[in-house]
Design a protein around this ligand. Structure first.
Ligand SMILES: C[S@@+](CC[C@H](N)C(=O)[O-])C[C@H]1O[C@@H](n2cnc3c(N)ncnc32)[C@H](O)[C@@H]1O
Length: 266
């Protein structure tokens, strides 16, 4: 049998380190996103806690926090999504990951996004571009963008994102970017600006809740000269798995939005 190579633990692997962002999950189910610090801290909803015992522990080890058994581990993307505070409707994970795919976002990409909303899509983009990439997120409403900014800061991914408070109908400030993602009511109004900001070969992708918006977006993508224009809808159906009784869940989220994308060619 061939041995699987085992490199030294990369950052974000191995035992938990002081100063890292961690998720504290209590046996009862509540969870909290916190910085792993030595000594006591006062946390809203938890009281005075001491996380010292979790420093140097493997992820998920059970430690006693404020007198109750809890598990401490590094938050995954699903954990970060579940911890988000919301002001505007956030994009669902099935749509966010498909947009990342359609827009060709990879580690190291530079990506523009509008609008920030609560930062739902921003969180996915920041995770996928990785520490070498960057996201610039625009919104014209400061009260929305504040929620996005706070969510990204709490997630520990804030340094991968620059927020700009601006109406993108006035244009983007960057040029030569790898991808542009639009989740706003009238994306067709900013396709020209989006195309100007893209590098040749880069993708622009839109997310819109109605057929009418999709139609206008796709027409504008074609008129702007985008190539490889495509549109699709993602449907997700949960499954109830029980021995001898496996079947689809009865409830299903019937509709979220439609995705479209196009590619800029020189
Ligand atoms: C549905 S929300 C985006 C939700 C976000 N993708 C998320 O997952 O949390 C739409 C946002 O677009 C912003 N917006 C709409 N038109 C805009 C424009 N022309 N320029 C900049 N932001 C705009 C709105 O203020 C709003 O915050």
């Amino acid at each position: 049998m061939t041995e699987v190579p085992r490199p030294a633990p990369a950052p974000g692997r191995g035992p938990l380190l002081e100063g890292e962002r961690v998720l504290v999950r209590r046996k009862e189910g509540e969870s909290y996103l916190l910085a792993l610090q030595r000594g006591t801290t006062l946390i809203d909803g938890l009281g005075v806690i001491d996380l010292t015992a979790a420093i140097g522990a493997p992820e998920g080890a059970e430690v006693e926090i404020a007198g109750r058994p809890s598990r401490v581990y590094r938050p995954s993307l699903p954990d970060l999504v579940s911890q988000m505070r919301r002001r505007s409707q956030i994009i669902t994970p099935k749509d966010a990951v498909t947009l990342v795919y359609l827009a060709g976002v990879v580690p190291g990409s530079t990506v523009l996004e509008a609008g920030s909303g609560s930062g739902g899509l921003t969180l996915f983009l920041a995770e996928f571009v990785g520490p070498q990439g960057h996201v610039v997120s625009y919104d014209r409403r400061p009260e929305h963008q504040k929620v996005a900014r706070d969510n990204l800061q709490r997630s520990g991914l804030g340094d991968r994102v620059t927020f700009r408070e601006k109406d993108v109908r006035e244009g983007f400030e960057e040029q030569g970017v790898d991808a542009v993602l639009l989740d706003l009511p009238e994306p067709w109004e900013v396709l020209h600006a989006g195309r100007a900001a893209l590098r040749p070969g880069g993708y622009l992708a839109t997310y819109t809740p109605t057929y009418n918006q999709l139609e206008r977006s796709v027409r504008a993508l074609r008129e702007e000269g985008f190539q490889e224009v495509r549109s699709l809808e993602m449907l997700e159906r949960g499954l109830h798995v029980g021995e001898g009784g496996t079947r689809p869940e009865f409830d299903m989220l019937g509709h979220t939005g439609f995705l479209a994308s196009g590619r800029k060619m020189a």
